[in-house]
Design a protein. Structure first.
Length: 328
């Protein structure tokens, strides 16, 4: 083991120092990373179809300093069939004695992973950004770029002697991605709305066509001249014998004490008798009036006679209004 120290004045050249001695002076004082308040802080942006820019700035890597005083560019080459992640890095190569910008390409895959980064005593890299490169793409957008400068595991900001951290551009990629995603959502919503409105129009047209055909075919043969009125009086249990023979081909309106009655609620007809169900009619002696029409559902010209008229169910009320005693 050795103890290293410095600096002392040389006496007869007994104290010589090199660049590593000078760089190691900053170890513990200034951490590796990017200066957040110098230039563009080395931010990575989309510059064109497949071109990225690295902004101006200053960084410390392996205790060596680097200053970028003009915007740098790198090219991305997509894989023809598979996606991958690339890493835009500041690389310190101790053997070549150089600090440069490199693009570490990840392994193309259907489920791509982030590329491995060098971190040894001879070769160290700071990841400025990860880039998602779609297969055979012709464009890298800002939303494909993930800023890694704030994260110590990848890069980090220089700390120590630097007290102030400028965060003015930290969320550029996040904001751009949100704007693009919002645009995609709005386009999707517009597409779905148009599809729904088109579907609703089709359903409405289909229903209207069906309904019009239904109104034309659902008619009733009614001969007003053969309509008859019958009356009966209920006993104490609310029963009364039907004064006519009831069958399915008849349309019948029932009135109890002059009030129109609803079948199933106010009365039921079964086995030639009518039973009053409403508690309003439970003392017996109620007068039940039957307006009976000879009627049946028909289609085309069948099921009727020359004297018959085709009318809809709603027309029955109009006929009743002309029957004496039932227009009050």
């Amino acid at each position: 083991m050795a103890i290293n120290y410095g600096f002392f004045n040389s006496v007869d050249n007994d104290r010589t120092y090199n660049a590593d001695d000078m760089s190691n002076y900053f170890e513990g004082l200034i951490s590796d990373g990017v200066y957040s308040n110098i230039g563009d802080a080395c931010i990575v942006k989309s510059l064109g179809p497949l071109t990225l820019s690295i902004g101006t700035g200053r960084a410390i890597i392996n205790n060596k300093w680097v200053k970028i005083d003009s915007i740098q560019t790198v090219k991305i080459t997509p894989h023809p069939n598979l996606n991958r992640y690339d890493a835009v890095c500041l690389q310190c190569d101790m053997n070549a004695r150089v600090i440069r910008i490199v693009v570490e390409e990840g392994t193309p895959s259907t489920s791509p992973q982030l590329p491995k980064i060098n971190n040894t005593s001879k070769l160290k890299e700071l990841v400025l950004a990860h880039v998602y490169v779609k297969a055979n793409t012709d464009r890298i957008t800002q939303s494909d770029i993930t800023d890694r400068r704030p994260y110590k595991i990848y890069c980090g900001w220089v700390t120590g002697l630097i007290k102030q951290v400028d965060t003015s551009e930290l969320f550029l990629q996040f904001q751009t991605a949100c704007e693009e995603k919002q645009k995609e959502i709005e386009e999707w919503q517009t597409t779905q709305t148009n599809k729904f409105e088109s579907w609703m129009s089709e359903q409405k047209l289909s229903f209207e066509t069906w309904y019009n055909n239904f109104k034309e075919t659902l008619t009733i043969n009614v001969n007003p001249a053969t309509s008859k009125i019958y009356t009966a009086e209920t006993d104490e249990s609310g029963h009364a014998e039907l004064p006519f023979t009831y069958n399915e081909n008849q349309a019948v309106h029932v009135y109890i004490n002059g009030l129109f009655a609803v079948e199933g609620e106010d009365y039921t007809i079964e086995s030639g008798k009518i039973q009053l169900n409403n508690t309003m009619f439970d003392s017996g002696g109620d007068v039940v009036t039957f307006v009976v029409f000879k009627a049946g559902v028909v289609s085309g010209g069948s099921g009727g006679t020359a004297a018959d008229e085709e009318i809809t169910i709603s027309d029955i009320d109009n006929i009743l209004s002309e029957v004496e005693g039932f227009n009050d």
